[in-house]
Design a protein around this ligand. Structure first.
Ligand SMILES: C[S@@+](CC[C@H](N)C(=O)[O-])C[C@H]1O[C@@H](n2cnc3c(N)ncnc32)[C@H](O)[C@@H]1O
Length: 460
């Protein structure tokens, strides 16, 4: 089918943040054909002109050529990479507009699963400018050796980094130092297809509280032999220009998988972890430690969870999917005893160490899949009055939810980064007599369609 021009109006935005619309293609027969379109960088109710050069039952991705009637919520994106970058797909949308959309989406998910959308509060946005909120970034080297971010919808293409408005300013400056070093030594970037080339990723992690930075360079070779000179220059450069780097790491990654993983690690300077703080508690973060990436909003989240849960010193509590203990530590101070379950062993080791570092002695942590760990903990620890769960995007799943329901804790606080799986998970609790009391959406990731929720369910 040849490229054709259509006018259409955006109906809604999908989970990935793109506008959705339909157009009707004239087939020369009685019934025109319905084409379903995905149109990035648009806002509901905007009238657009689009080029369509495909057809079929699936959604056809297209670019608009012109905005014919723009939304009152449209703004000019601040970032020069907006058009191409896959990071902040909503920078064309006013922050107020983004928050309204997030609330609407959570209400829709809740309603679709049989709950009253009135229980969903307005989304709490970030205070102040909705930029510079991320404490961790993973930049990628292109095969030409440019450090940057992935292009939207095209994971093979890397946009050379000029700036990144959601990362801390110092994090970007330090990344540029590493880029300059790579240029000086004409170091090659990794080629995913050929499995050749040296530099793969740069992870920059900064504590917004202590200021400490970790720079983690992922390369296909160890920093030895011919790379000794380059390694020494990197250490010197970082020492001279990046005073807050307390951990400079070189990770050897020979795997075909395009991830920041390490077969071997080398400490080039400082320690292999940085210190961070949240809610007044100290944490040690290694390169692979999961930690909330918007630390300021994470504190809002913890506060909300405490407010909803109303923990008491006489109570027992389970923190399911506890990670390194972001919720466990502040809650442990308020309950009698707390047990945490988490599948990643290093996170559990970290949670134990974090409890000790913060003089918290009423916690037990178990490294196990929640589906099995929950039975073990319920047996050894007993039935808690309070249960908090914060599962990954895929949700907790029916088996875990039904096990929670059968255990009958008085109150359940569900923290979620995916309203769809949250709403479907909590339907499993209804037959056990639980009632949804309140859902509070929180915006952790401005300019993206992601939204976090904290919800309270109680047994009637
Ligand atoms: C959204 S994170 C929350 C972590 C923690 N509550 C925090 O705020 O730092 C979800 C956690 O669930 C863990 N996880 C994923 N699948 C799991 C499973 N099947 N059983 C237990 N934990 C799991 C992940 O490793 C991750 O730490």
């Amino acid at each position: 089918m040849s490229k054709k021009l259509y006018e259409t109006t955006i109906d809604y935005v999908d989970k990935k943040g793109s506008g959705r619309a339909v157009v009707w293609r004239d087939t020369g027969q009685v019934n025109p054909k319905k084409l379903k379109l995905t149109i990035p960088q648009t806002i509901p109710n905007e009238k657009v002109e689009v080029h369509v050069d495909g057809e079929g039952k699936r959604w056809i991705k297209t670019d608009y050529t012109k905005i014919l009637e723009s939304s009152a919520e449209r703004v000019t994106p601040d970032c020069p990479h907006f058009d191409l970058c896959g990071g902040c797909v909503w920078q064309h949308w006013s922050y107020d507009g983004q928050l309204k959309e997030k609330t609407r989406y959570v209400k829709e998910m809740v309603k679709n699963n049989g709950f009253d959308p009135v229980l969903v509060e307005e989304t709490i946005g970030v205070k102040g400018e909705p930029y510079r909120y991320r404490n961790k970034m993973e930049f990628t080297f292109s095969k030409e050796g440019h450090l940057g971010l992935h292009e939207q919808g095209n994971w093979r293409k890397i946009i050379p980094l000029e700036t990144c408005l959601i990362a801390g300013k110092e994090m970007v400056d330090y990344a540029m130092e590493v880029q300059q070093w790579a240029n000086d030594f004409h170091l090659s970037g990794y080629d995913k297809d050929e499995h050749s080339g040296l530099l793969r990723h740069l992870m920059v992690r900064q504590s917004f509280y202590t200021g400490e930075v970790m720079l983690g360079l992922f390369a296909s070779e160890a920093p030895t032999g011919e790379l000794e000179e380059a390694k020494a220059a990197l250490i010197e450069r970082v020492e001279a220009n990046c005073p807050n780097v307390k951990s400079l790491m070189w990770f050897e990654n020979k795997d075909w998988g395009d991830r920041t993983q390490a077969e071997e690690q080398y400490i080039l300077s400082g320690r292999d972890f940085i210190y961070d703080e949240m809610f007044g508690f100290k944490y040690r973060l290694w390169f692979d430690t999961f930690f909330q990436t918007n630390p300021k909003q994470a504190e809002t989240l913890v506060n909300l969870a405490i407010e909803m849960a109303q923990p008491k010193p006489t109570e027992k509590m389970i923190d399911l999917f506890c990670g390194v203990g972001t919720f466990s530590l502040p809650f442990a101070e308020k309950v009698g005893e707390l047990a945490g379950i988490e599948i990643v062993e290093t996170s559990i080791e970290s949670a134990k160490r974090n409890a000790l570092d913060n003089a918290i002695h009423n916690t037990t942590f178990l490294a196990k899949d929640a589906r099995h760990g929950i039975d073990q903990i319920l047996e050894s620890f007993g039935i808690p009055e309070l249960l908090l769960l914060d599962p990954p995007r895929s949700g907790a799943g029916g088996k875990v939810m039904r096990r929670i329901g059968r255990a009958k804790p008085e109150r359940i606080v569900y923290v979620s980064c995916n309203p769809e799986t949250f709403a479907s998970d909590i339907t499993e609790l209804v037959p056990f007599g639980y009632e949804l009391q309140k859902v509070q959406p929180v915006d952790m990731f401005p300019h993206t369609p992601h939204v976090e929720t904290v919800a309270l369910l109680t047994r009637i």
